[in-house]
Design a protein around this ligand. Structure first.
Ligand SMILES: [Zn+2]
Length: 214
């Protein structure tokens, strides 16, 4: 990699805000990065049943993400874009409680040489600092990519009520893909999990990052 910040090409704007689309609980995993935008729209993976379904065939109940959910996920995406410009894997996260953003984070693993410095950890730490307590009851964690086992564990430890993520991560996602830490009934706290919000934008940003790195 050469020096200097990565620039988003003017022509590639897959994550510019689009007209609000009612996203369903569609999973767009990392394996789909290479085909995003080119894949036939007639087939898509149904998350709850993991079999291919025809477009318009209603097999998954649409998740009623609210306008606030969209707005907060767009904030998380803004932090993912900052990470992108810093040559970090572009993942962003924010923590919201009572309608207010109390924690923000982006992946800074490379810069800080810290394997635990994921976007969600940074956001949870800032939220706890601003709340003045480690208990973030009633809070929602928005992450542009499905949280890993460590971040899902941090959310459970922080007593976060709800996790909303963008695209699924088949290599590290532990909120339903490889495992399900937040909804493990043996733990003393569980989080609600909803995935697929602005998934295309999140995945497109990752796709662009890894393409630029090659
Ligand atoms: Zn993580």
């Amino acid at each position: 990699m050469g020096a200097g910040p990565l620039r988003l090409p003017e022509s590639a704007t897959p994550f510019k805000s689009r007209a609000p689309v009612p996203y369903s609980r569609q999973r767009i995993g990392l394996e789909d990065w290479g085909t995003l935008g080119r894949a036939s729209p007639s087939l898509q993976l149904c998350p709850s049943r993991s079999h291919k379904v025809k477009q318009n065939e209603v097999t998954c109940a649409p998740v009623p993400f609210t306008a606030d959910d969209h707005q907060f996920m767009n904030e998380a995406l803004a932090f993912a874009r900052i990470a992108f410009s810093e040559r970090e894997v572009p993942i962003g996260a924010i923590v919201v409680r009572e309608g207010k953003m109390i924690g923000r984070g982006r992946n800074r693993r490379e810069f800080l040489a810290d394997p635990t410095h994921h976007a969600e950890i940074e956001a949870i730490r800032e939220a706890a600092r601003s709340a003045g307590t480690w208990r973030l009851e009633g809070a929602t964690l928005y992450a542009t990519v499905e949280p890993c086992a460590m971040c899902a564990g941090a959310a459970v430890n922080a007593r976060i009520a709800r996790i909303v993520y963008g695209c699924a991560d088949p290599k590290a996602g532990y909120c339903g893909t490889l495992g399900d830490v937040p909804r493990d009934g043996r733990l003393n706290h569980r989080c609600e999990v909803e995935g697929g919000l602005l998934a295309e934008e999140s995945a497109a940003l990752l796709q662009l990052f890894f393409r630029a790195r090659r």
